[in-house]
Design a protein around this ligand. Structure first.
Ligand SMILES: Cc1cc2nc3c(=O)[nH]c(=O)nc-3n(C[C@H](O)[C@H](O)[C@H](O)COP(=O)(O)OP(=O)(O)OC[C@H]3O[C@@H](n4cnc5c(N)ncnc54)[C@H](O)[C@@H]3O)c2cc1C
Length: 480
């Protein structure tokens, strides 16, 4: 099968019996529920793009593992070119959907595990790497959507797994049974988990006495004992109102869930680390850095849409040719291309690993994400400046179309005569969605916290880029 159609993907998710709660009720279909549809359709778009003639060359590549073309979301990186290509296709999908690739946490998880399982096998005589490769071959062959589940709920942030008031606040192995392990706990903020076939579960950093929490494995999304609590997002209920104009971007979106493991059995052949706590810190470093790296593409693609919408609004407002507007748009482009350049640089400086895979430059990956924690906020501020107040004070679609008040709304919401009023209003709503509505979860909040809060990057940078060589350079010049 190797490349599924979007319809086949959506049907395969419809057939799964998942336990999902939304606003205190069971969500009957994570595909057809109006709140969930845009996120399901966004994952489907990654499938569509891999088969569409105009994008297939970027989204599908030959896999040496299975000997046929597979989706780039499931590959192990085999070259510098794979990593450069990743930044480009992430940007493409961000631009196509206003959200992004959605299968990326799973991609980062399998690539981080490829390095760690190989190292663990060599040093400890375990047999994890072959298991991982068998899993990767299966997800490639069946074109499965895979989530990357690392973030534990973590209770008191000052406490480690073993010293929490409740040991389940970090996902852990509660028992080892013949042929597998049993997991209990919860992972927070799980992107697209309800729309995935498999979850790749990763541990956070564990101390030497915290082997029970050092678990990495793959779990099918419909495994008995898994429950999702589907997150609310700003303006999400607009999607259920049947007013596409008010929704801003009705076609696409994202979703996160609180994923609860209530004694979930995982067979041994899906376990990739179990108790080897000494490898968890490096696993976190790699997974976190790989995911930070990809923001140099996906957030850039969303920013492309924000910049485009701001430019079109300036046209609709009749001020597109003014130098002050041009300066703001130019600044937005500069900030955006800086994020992109850093992502590309991390790919250009990539290096091979002992596992035969390639990884981006870790320092530059973290600088990429540090830029991303700030620049989208500035781009959003400049877009709001250009848009003016109407972006957040606009009448509704029902008022626009109302027989009594509609003509007045159309008359008074008019801008430049060449731009229809409804189009001007749709532009405001799109920008509102991306910077203040459900889209802001991804353009702004995920830019800040996704793949770790900014401090995680600073801590890593302090380790990755020692200042001693810079001090030596200063001393050297002083002595001349
Ligand atoms: C939209 C979105 C999608 C996401 N998708 C995924 C996903 O698919 N998979 C996944 O595994 N994770 C995902 N995440 C989780 C993401 O990695 C975390 O949000 C991030 O690591 C921050 O953790 P937190 O949210 O628990 O915040 P916290 O860790 O509570 O951070 C809040 C603040 O407290 C500070 N802080 C925390 N601990 C300490 C401490 N000990 N000392 C001093 N300061 C501290 C932080 O620096 C930060 O400033 C997603 C997050 C978002 C927002």
């Amino acid at each position: 099968m190797a490349l599924r159609t979007a319809d086949d993907y959506l049907d395969s998710i419809r057939k799964r019996s998942l336990r999902v709660f939304y606003r205190g009720e069971r969500m009957d279909s994570v595909v057809d529920h109006p709140i969930a549809w845009p996120a399901a359709n966004c994952v489907a778009e990654v499938y569509r793009a891999a088969l569409a003639p105009e994008t297939a060359s970027q989204l599908a590549v030959d896999s040496p593992l299975v000997g046929e073309p597979v989706n780039v979301s499931n590959i192990l990186w085999r070259s510098r070119d794979d990593l450069i290509a990743r930044i480009k296709w992430e940007r493409l999908l961000g631009r196509m959907t206003g959200r992004g690739a959605l299968r990326s946490p799973g991609l980062d998880a399998i690539n981080a595990l490829a390095v760690i399982t190989h190292r663990c096998d060599r040093e400890r005589g375990t047999a994890y790497h072959e298991r991982l490769l068998a899993f990767v071959a299966r997800i490639q062959r069946e074109d499965l959507a895979v989530s990357g589940a690392m973030t534990d709920v973590r209770g008191d942030r000052s406490r480690r797994p073993a010293t929490q008031a409740d040991p389940d606040l970090f996902l852990r192995v509660v028992s080892r049974e013949r042929g597998g392990v049993v997991l209990r706990g919860a992972k927070a903020h799980q992107t697209s988990a309800v729309h995935c076939h498999e979850h790749v579960v990763l541990p956070m950093t564990c101390g030497p006495d915290e082997g029970a929490w050092a678990i990495a494995c793959a779990v099918p999304s419909d495994a008995p004992g898994i429950t999702h609590v589907y997150a609310r997002q700003p303006s999400d209920s607009r999607r259920a109102e049947g007013s596409p104009l008010d929704a801003g971007l009705p076609a696409f979106g994202g979703c996160e869930s609180l994923m609860i493991f209530d004694d979930v059995f995982v067979p041994d052949h899906h376990v990739f680390l179990c108790g080897e706590a000494e490898y968890t810190q490096e696993l976190v470093r790699l997974f976190g850095s790989f995911h930070r790296f990809c923001y140099g593409g996906c957030k850039v693609g969303i920013a492309d849409v924000v910049i485009g919408a701001a430019s079109l609004i300036a046209t609709a407002n009749g001020v597109r040719d003014r130098s002050a507007v041009e300066a703001k748009l130019t600044e937005m482009v500069q900030l955006n291309e800086t994020m992109y350049a850093c992502g590309l640089a991390a790919a250009l400086e990539s290096a091979p690993t002992e596992a035969g895979t390639w990884i981006p430059d870790i320092a530059l990956a973290n600088v990429t994400k540090l830029n991303v924690t700030r620049f989208p906020f500035e781009i959003a501020r400049l877009a709001a400046d250009i848009a003016g107040g109407a972006m957040l004070t606009l009448p509704s679609q029902a008022d626009l179309e109302h027989p009594e008040i509609g003509p007045a709304v159309r008359k008074y919401m008019a801008g430049h005569p060449d731009v229809p009023t409804a189009e001007r209003m749709a532009l405001f709503r799109l920008l509102e969605f991306l910077t203040h509505g459900a889209g802001a979860v991804y353009f702004l909040h995920e830019s800040l916290h996704g793949a770790g809060a900014p401090e995680a990057m600073r801590i890593l940078l302090r380790r990755e880029v020692p200042l001693a060589p810079f001090e030596a350079a200063a001393r050297h010049l002083m002595a001349r």
